[in-house]
Design a protein around this ligand. Sequence first.
Ligand code: ADP
Ligand code: MG
Length: 648
Amino acid sequence: MMYANRCITEGNITDMNKKQKKLRNRILVALGIFLVMEILEIAGVFESLPYGQWIEFVAFLIPYLIAGYDVLAKAWHGITHKQPFDENLLMAIATIGAFSLIFFPESEAHMAEGAAVMLFYQVGSLFESYAVGKTRKSISAMMDIAPDYANVMRDGKLVQVDPYEVAVGDEIVVKAGERVPLDGIIVTGKSQLDTSALTGESVPRVVEEGAQVISGCVNMTGMLTVKTTAAFEQSTVSRILELVENASEKKARTENFISRFARVYTPVVVGLALLIALISPFFGFSISKSVESALVFLVVSCPCALVISVPLSFFGGIGAASRMGILVKGSSYLETLSQVETIAFDKTGTLTNGTFGVVAVHAHEGVDKDLLLSYAAHAEAYSDHPIALSVVNSYSGEIDRSHIENVEELSGKGVAATVNEHRVFVGNDKLMNAEDIDFHNCHLVGTILHVAVDGEYLGHIIIADMMKDDAKEAIDGLHKAGVKKTVMLTGDRKEVADAVAAEVGVDEVRSQLMPQDKVSAVESLLEAQGEKGKVAFVGDGINDAPVLMRADIGIAMGGMGSDAAIEAADVVLMDDKPSNIAKAIAIARKTLSIVKQNIVFALAIKIIIMILALPMIGISNMWIAVFGDVGVSVLAILNAMRCLRVQK
Ligand code: ADP
Ligand code: MG
């Protein structure tokens, strides 16, 4: 499926280049002829000839048709398909109108204007398609992360296969210079990985045996043997491509507003044009003047400056964000992001690394420490929670999975499992209370894992997490960006939560929350925030998914985060760096301000031209109208393209 999509994207670009070249050549030819005719006209050649007006008519009709025959065809197509109100029809009526003034003997000729309007309109279209093509190209450069093949050993030989054919657990070989096709763990080899396509991070990552590699990175130096941990469809690369491809479907309110607005604006201005053409002669204005005013209205009623520049701005904003490793799933989220005033964070895996080290093991009297650790590691063996992964990692013995049964994940509390026919509970005080087990707390600061076997308390393990390097910077950055309130929501102990909160500098902490408590916490934040301003939630875990959905905007950690969180979120941070949130907000705000500038600017110019074109004022003519319209489009598009640029 993805391959098909990729071909379409590439196909569009080459197609577009051919079309652009054709249009450009037509414009050049038409412009050449037009200039010659214009010189002849100024020199008075046509006037001196018999039937001079009609010769002039044909003379300008030639460049007009060369430049604009497709516009006329499209307008006709619109009429016959009952969707007439588009810019093609407007241009057709305006230009045909200009030419047909020849049938009103008392009026001046406007053939040159008719041809010029069409010419400049086409120059504008050409420019538009360059701009759209450039934006699309820079986004599809992102899409280039898709690998074409994977190397696997078959019968002692290295062969290239489709990445879809590689199963989870297979070993693949990634040579220097190749793209990593599937997510996995390095079995042998040492190298540097270029992760810039995924995270925007330009410094290569040094990796060796045991390290995780994600698909889409480029292996720069050594050869690696990688044991895959996900099928191709579930690998990072596939998930990113899917997100980017679907991004343009979720339209922002502004974007929808503009397309609705265009549907009303155009017929209204066309109606006004008609009114002017019909009524002004009764007020003593010449037919020529009335029609010319009406034609100016028609040219100006074209909404292209907005209809093209607004989606282009959002598209550019999404592209700019994705270059920094921030995936925004739709332009509507860019809009929401720009209005965020309250941000709630999960702690583990979001503000902290989620890789816990064992601080101490406090076994109950007469209990062997190693036995305690062994029970804990076995019970956690099937959990994906960062705590579980860390406990299993720090356990030095072998884990015998054949003796583990009936594993239960008790969200917000811990896990339960039957190990060697013993019922084992590992978790926090809530879990111990729920199981009616006597336990004692610890004076050490850290996350506490109580271990109970067959209803008997064996002791506890204290583990501690490290804060992410940029956690403090992230919160500072948000405060500087004008975010009013930062809150940390966690299921961990109060002591740990308070310590982390003080260190990173969040405004508020709520600890010992069950997953459903996090939802109600976000709901109360939503209520406190009111209508204006939006509430974001940032999380990583499976149990964060409902909270991510409930908040106005959900932001998930893409590297460490669980699939459920990535699915539920609206924005995904590929490199798990919370400091990217402030950058995402900056990109969103810049995009929205460019969109607003374009809307105000385009409408203001159009209204001014319309007023000046009224018969009693009569300052603007067709030349001004077409320069105004095409000029506004070009400027709006240039402005929109600023969205693509990222400042690091
Ligand atoms: P956070 O909000 O910090 O991301 P969670 O809601 O995932 O934390 O978990 C809350 C608490 O539940 C943890 O601090 C821990 O005490 C306990 N817990 C959750 N999962 C496990 C597990 N797999 N093993 C032990 N304890 C767990
Ligand atoms: Mg978490």
